[in-house]
Ligand binder design. Structure first.
Ligand code: ADP
Length: 476
């Protein structure tokens, strides 16, 4: 019996809280990052990119310093990049100089002495000098300039000063536009984030919350709870699974109760009989007859069967049974089992088999399968008291079927009869000895053997139970 555990109130944050927090944080972080990158870091980024560009140009130029077509290479660079390039020697004598446009240039306005000083200054700094030059030269365009200078000694031993000047568009107006844009964006994004943080978690969490309540009911042993199959796919799938589980639990619980009632009844009846007859035989010497002894033996046999069934099934289901497969004659084995029914004189057991068939299986267990099926057929047999068996070879498999002409099984019960403890006729009839375990044992044994099984039944006309096993070759 499933016992409901006392549920301690959980102090953890719920799905809704977690999701709301997540969405809220996400919106905040997104807005914050947008501000930082677009406004505060835009300038430094832009300058860093420009500096890297100047560095690439200077490196291209430095590689050509000793080349005879330095001039054309320099022109080419100017045309391609729009930067001013300038090369002088260590004394400030201009060596190569191109630029477009020249008007804002700083380096072109320098005298030889200033260039010479610049050379020394750059050298002092380890050969590299960068500066943002915010000159608004008279008549200039008012652009910022990036002044990038390097000193190098060429392979042929000449000292050179290489200067690259590129225009840096002032960012102030861009940043202003972006700020307004970002403000608008923030005003839209934050309320939207709040809306999402409230709405989505509610939508997602609602079915979960309801399911949680129902599940608590289930834990308390209320198997009638229903889980609403709606919401997101996973959630509705979970609900469907829980509904299925609840259904199965309730079925098992019902069967368990019934079994307990049946088993105690089944145990008590033979015990009462045994005790009663034994007492009569003890007290009344005349009653000590072979018939009475036989009744005691029969009743003890019933008890034995019941206990064996219960043990077998629990072992099969626990998976502790080790099969002992061996090659044996299935046809012969069926004949042998039918032989044991000889004492039921008013029943007939016709068996149709065209040839003897061998299988590799656990003989004892397969005999039990045949025995259970024949037993059921005898118990539920019709007026003609005939239980017919057939053996057919189908490809490389053999099928054994057991038919009776009894009352049959309703179509909607055909699935359930294989469940343990299940009985179509819930009313307990002593003439129909049974615990509802026989078919469950059949099913378990055949599953272990990789066999197949089934039933065809028609109400009022009878049932045919069958099972199939792989055949073994005729010769061992
Ligand atoms: P039981 O011990 O009650 O026979 P089983 O597991 O063997 O248990 O069978 C389960 C139920 O299936 C039976 O209670 C009965 O209602 C039904 N059943 C089994 N075999 C037959 C049959 N040959 N004819 C009609 N009903 C059958």
């Amino acid at each position: 019996m499933m016992r409901a555990r006392t549920q301690r109130p959980c102090r953890k944050r719920g799905v809704r809280g977690q999701m709301a927090l997540g969405f809220g944080l996400f919106a905040l972080v997104t807005v914050a990052l947008l501000w930082v990158f677009q406004i505060f870091l835009l300038g430094p980024f832009y300058r860093a990119i420009k500096t890297a560009e100047a560095k690439t140009i200077s490196q291209a130029l430095v590689r050509q310093l000793d080349s005879p077509d330095l001039e054309s290479q320099a022109k080419d660079l100017v045309v391609r990049t729009g930067a001013n390039v300038f090369v002088s020697d260590e004394r400030g004598r201009q060596y190569v100089g191109y630029g477009y446009p020249f008007k804002d240039s700083l380096v072109y306005g320098m005298t030889s002495r200033e260039l010479c000083e610049l050379f020394n200054q750059v050298n002092l700094r380890g050969g590299l000098y960068t500066r943002m030059f915010d000159s608004r030269l008279p008549g200039g365009s008012g652009m910022e300039l990036l002044f990038y200078a390097v000193t190098v000694r060429t392979d042929s031993g000449n000292d050179r000063l290489v200067v690259i000047e590129t225009e840096v568009t002032p960012l102030a107006s861009t940043v202003e536009t972006l700020t307004v844009q970002l403000l608008c964006l923030t005003l839209v994004l934050l309320p939207f984030g709040v809306f999402l943080a409230v709405y989505i978690p509610r939508r997602v969490a609602k079915p979960l919350t309801e399911m949680n309540e129902s599940a608590k009911g289930l834990a308390r042993g209320d198997y009638s709870v229903r889980f609403e199959e709606r919401g997101a796919r996973e959630v509705s799938e979970l609900a469907a699974t829980l509904n299925f589980a609840a259904g199965e639990l309730s079925k098992t619980e019902g069967l368990r109760r019934e079994l307990l009632a049946n088993v105690s009844h089944d145990l008590r009846t033979p015990l009462t009989m045994i005790k009663g007859y034994a007492e009569v035989m003890r007290d009344l010497p005349g009653e000590n007859t072979p018939e009475n002894v036989q009744i005691i033996i029969d009743e003890a046999g019933r008890l034995n069967d019941l206990v064996n069934d219960l043990l077998d099934l629990s072992r099969l289901e626990a998976g502790v049974i080790q099969l002992e497969p061996a090659r044996f004659n299935l046809t012969e084995s069926v004949r042998e089992i039918l032989g044991r029914y000889q004492r039921l004189r008013d029943y007939s057991f016709p068996f149709g088999a065209e040839e003897d068939v061998y299988v590799v299986a656990d003989q004892l267990k397969i005999s039990q399968v045949v025995y259970n099926l024949v037993n059921n057929a005898v118990n539920y047999a019709g007026e003609d008291k005939t239980v017919s068996l057939r053996q057919e070879v189908r490809g490389d498999r053999v099928r054994v079927s057991v038919s009776d002409t009894g009352e049959g099984i309703p179509a909607d019960k055909l699935q359930d009869i294989w469940d343990r403890y299940y009985k179509v006729d819930q009313e307990h009839r002593r003439t129909q000895v049974g615990t509802g375990l026989g078919l469950s044992i059949v099913k378990n044994v055949l599953d272990l053997h990789g066999g197949s099984y089934g039933v065809i039944s028609e109400l009022g006309r009878g049932s045919t139970f069958w099972f199939e096993l792989d055949m073994a070759p005729k010769e061992p």
